[in-house]
Design a protein around this ligand. Structure first.
Ligand code: FES
Ligand code: FE
Length: 407
């Protein structure tokens, strides 16, 4: 098959063969930035990261650089493009901090925390028509907060955030209600970078199928420590309450037991089990164990992942320490888990799918297709723990956006 013929092949077939082009083709990546990241609600911050006036963080929607801050005067949350109105320099360099003003380092233009241009050095150079008021930092078209989680959209006509979240709201509510007064992200994030496509991380986030193979060394360590095997494999294979659910809208969840019985169904893999499910919110937000995970696409083969431990606001120091240590041991820079996923789930996949001359230049995402249960009324599909229901959930929405001709 020639390259031209291959380009005409469907990206995803009815029997869920997924073209490997979606992970390595720069033209598809460019389209994703406008079709996926340009038309959805994208998480950028939790309000606890910017609790007081002047607090800010830098963030991204796709590759668009942003400043998210709490205005010094009225406490309003602003989300603005992090690009100077003079000659385009990124105005703010730090990942978080507190500032009443942002001064561009290039020629000194200065903006207040609401983004208004308040200072132009040597401002006699622009003539009488120069409208300073129209030259502030540009705010993103839409920004909304749901229970403390701040999302933004580049699409001015997008549906309200609460509607967009749909069936995922129930799970986000559970997280917002952690402890007595919810979680906070005060320990900030640690960031990992891998040389692979961003969608590989999304697919890996709800994938109980891989755990006992990719993370076998971790399960062995646990067995040495506790003297008994983890019930993980048995649960993945036979526990009817361990289920992957397509929530509609690209969102998906894997429940480790029914939500109503949370706390009774610890999955016992020692990675911080604050949340009794893994949750993907389309396109780039996830929750796993005891952390919030944010996926930032940089290029077709470079991805940044931010992991923010979730700490119950009212928990004592001992509980917060335990959450952080559990998180670190699996996900931290020297942990036992993230390194496995980067090597096996991302690096090796990217290397394998360079085999584009293979007549089978696709991956298979059909696991459990013939046994998933569709609940039309609720708008959900339910599968077994090891089925690829969550992966199909996000790919179904992804494909709908990518193929939408309304541009
Ligand atoms: Fe910012 Fe010139 S680019 S002041
Ligand atoms: Fe993993």
């Amino acid at each position: 098959m020639t390259t031209a013929e291959r380009a005409k092949e469907p990206l995803i077939t009815d029997d869920w063969r997924v073209s490997s082009r979606i992970y390595r083709d720069p033209t598809i990546f460019a389209r994703e930035l406008s079709r996926v990241f340009g038309r959805t609600w994208v998480f950028v911050a939790h309000e606890s990261e910017i609790p007081t006036g002047g607090d800010y963080k830098t963030a991204y929607i796709g590759r668009q650089p942003l400043i998210v801050n709490r205005a010094a005067d009225d406490g309003a949350i602003n989300v603005m493009f992090n690009r100077c109105r003079h000659r385009g320099s990124a105005v703010c360099q730090r990942e978080f901090g507190n500032a009443n003003f942002f001064r561009c380092a290039y020629h000194g233009w200065t903006y207040n925390s609401a983004g208004e241009l308040v200072g132009v050095p040597f401002d006699d150079g622009y003539g009488p028509d120069f409208d300073k008021a129209a030259m502030g930092l540009v705010h993103v078209p839409r920004a909304e907060s749901y229970r403390g989680f701040v999302f933004v959209s580049l699409d001015p006509s997008i549906e309200p955030l609460a509607d967009y979240l749909g069936n995922a709201r129930r799970y986000l509510d559970f997280i917002a209600d952690i402890g007595v007064s919810g979680p906070e992200l005060v320990s900030h994030a640690h960031k990992l970078v891998y040389r692979g496509n961003w969608k590989l991380q999304i697919e890996n986030t709800i994938d109980p199928y891989h755990f006992s193979f990719t993370h076998k060394s971790w399960l062995d360590i646990l067995k040495d420590r506790t003297g008994k095997s983890s019930p993980w494999v048995k649960n993945v294979r036979t526990n009817p309450d361990w289920r992957g659910i397509d929530l509609g809208g690209g969102h998906a969840v894997h429940e480790y037991g029914r939500l109503e019985q949370a706390g009774e169904n610890a999955h016992a893999i020692g990675i911080g089990e604050l949340i009794p499910f893994n949750l993907n919110i389309f396109p780039s937000l996830a929750f796993v164990g005891a952390h919030l995970r944010l996926v930032v696409p940089r290029s077709v083969d470079e991805t940044w992942v931010y992991l923010y431990p979730l700490l119950p606001k009212d928990a004592d120091e001992h509980v917060r320490d335990r959450i952080l240590r559990d998180h670190e041991i699996f996900y931290g820079p020297a942990g036992f888990g993230s390194t496995d996923d980067i090597e096996v789930g991302f690096d090796r996949v990217m290397r394998g799918i360079e085999g584009s001359a293979s007549p089978a230049d696709w991956t298979l995402m059909s696991r459990g297709l013939d046994r998933e249960v569709v609940d039309e009324a609720a708008g959900i599909r339910i599968g077994r723990s090891s089925d690829e229901v969550p992966q199909r959930a996000y790919l179904r929405r992804w494909l709908g956006l990518m193929e939408d001709c309304d541009e």
